[in-house]
Design a binder for this molecule. Structure first.
Ligand SMILES: CC(C)(COP(=O)(O)OP(=O)(O)OC[C@H]1O[C@@H](n2cnc3c(N)ncnc32)[C@H](O)[C@@H]1OP(=O)(O)O)[C@@H](O)C(=O)NCCC(=O)NCCS
Length: 149
C-alpha cells in the first residue's frame, strides 16, 4: 500500500477518518486535498496525512491511520511520504501539534518546542490558532536532518 495524492473525491472519507481518529476536521475544505496523501485499501481509506504550506515552513497535520490498520507501519510510511513531499516543495522545517502521539513523533526525529518557535505563518493557520487545544504539544523537525531513525 503506497501513499497517493488525495483528490477532492476523497474529501468526505478523509473527514470521516479524522473524525474517527478524534482529530480536527472542521477547518478542512476541498482545497486542502491538494496537499493531502491517502492510503487506499479495498475497504476505503486506511490512512491520510496533510501539509499546510507557509513559506519555507510547513504544518504537518491530520496524520491518521484507521484503527483496524494500525501497528503495521502505515503511520510511518505516511509520515515519510509527507516529509518527502514537503522537502520537494522547498519546505525546510515542519511543525505539528499533537495531544496523543508525541512519543510516535519523537522517535522519528521530532523535538518538542514552544509554540512561539513556530513562524507567524504557521501560528496563524486555523489548526494552530484555534482548533488544537493549548495543551497540545508542539513539535518540530528540520527536513534534510539525519537525526531521524
Ligand atoms: C499515530 C498513528 C498515526 C500511528 O499509526 P500506525 O500506523 O499505528 O503507526 P506505525 O505502525 O507506523 O508505528 C507503530 C509504532 O508507533 C507507536 N505508536 C502508535 N501510535 C502511537 C501513539 N499515539 N503514541 C506513541 N506511540 C505510538 C506504536 O507503539 C508502534 O511502536 P513500535 O514500532 O515500537 O511497536 C495512529 O495511532 C493514529 O492514527 N492515531 C490517532 C491520530 C493521531 O494521534 N495522529 C497524530 C497527530 S496528527
Amino acid at each position: 500500500m503506497n501513499p497517493e495524492l488525495a483528490s477532492t473525491a476523497d474529501f468526505a472519507q478523509v473527514r470521516a477518518l479524522l473524525l474517527a481518529c478524534e482529530l480536527p476536521e472542521n477547518d478542512l475544505n476541498l482545497s486542502h486535498m491538494d496537499d493531502f496523501l491517502v492510503l487506499r485499501s479495498a475497504d476505503g481509506l486506511a490512512g491520510c496525512v496533510g501539509l499546510e504550506r507557509a513559506g519555507n515552513a510547513g504544518l504537518l497535520r491530520s496524520l491518521a491511520v484507521a484503527p483496524e490498520s494500525r501497528s503495521v507501519g502505515l503511520g510511518d510510511v505516511l509520515l515519510r511520504a509527507i516529509e518527502a513531499k514537503a522537502g520537494t516543495a522547498g519546505i525546510q522545517r515542519l511543525f505539528l501539534l499533537t495531544t496523543t502521539a508525541s512519543d510516535f513523533f519523537a522517535v522519528r526525529g521530532y523535538l518538542p518546542c514552544p509554540r512561539s518557535d513556530a513562524p507567524d505563518t504557521i501560528r496563524s493557520t486555523t489548526e494552530f490558532a484555534s482548533i488544537c487545544p493549548a495543551s497540545a504539544t508542539c513539535m518540530t523537525r528540520p527536513l534534510g536532518s539525519t537525526t531521524s531513525s
